[in-house]
Design a protein around this ligand. Structure first.
Ligand SMILES: [Zn+2]
Length: 182
């Protein structure tokens, strides 16, 4: 599974949210899909089945949340999230055998629902496995045993998939070659 970027369970919806800001390989220009996504509730529901679609006045907050969540990637105890959990508290409830403790958003907004999922990932130590590729900034889930994956994908997974690790290797190789000649 080390080749896959997909996060387990509902954390995948958080990953999808973080990747609404992206830098496509073709253009290398940052693109923001969030405004369009917010105006299309049907598309929102297919990408985020467990997260209520945001109201127009929540957009600014979601953009800030996305920035802070991205800054918190790879960090098992991110300080960036302290004030978010203070303003959108997550409460615990007793669940069932499969999920003994549930983390629930106390308010009904979109940010709160996302933060409840982040809380689960922090509690079960999966959060730090979400990483942003240093090259294309794509957020991926590190399935590797020793949490050592750096690039979003060593090999393209899909026809439009990325292969930043391979690209970086080629670039380093070329730079070395150039260095040897000089
Ligand atoms: Zn990448």
């Amino acid at each position: 599974m080390t080749g896959s970027s997909t996060a387990p369970g509902r954390l995948e919806q958080v990953r999808t949210f973080l990747n609404t800001w992206r830098v496509p390989h073709e253009t290398r220009t940052a693109t923001d899909d969030l405004p369009e996504l917010i105006s299309d509730p049907q598309r929102w529901r297919s990408g985020f089945p467990d997260i209520p679609p945001p109201q127009p006045n929540e957009i600014g907050e979601l953009l800030d949340l996305r920035t802070d969540l991205r800054a918190a990637l790879g960090n098992p105890a991110p300080a960036e999230l302290v004030s978010w959990f203070a303003s959108h508290p997550v409460v615990v409830a007793v669940g069932d055998d499969a999920e003994p403790i549930r983390y629930l958003a106390r308010d009904a907004g979109t940010a709160a629902a996302l933060l409840a999922k982040v809380a689960v990932a922090l509690a079960d130590h999966r959060w730090a496995r979400l990483k942003s590729c240093p090259d294309c900034r794509n957020v991926f889930y590190d399935h590797s045993r020793n949490h050592s994956r750096t690039w979003c994908s060593m090999y393209a997974e899909t026809p439009d998939g990325r292969a930043c690790g391979s690209i970086a290797k080629v670039r380093n190789y070329r730079n070395r070659q150039r260095g040897n000649r000089e």
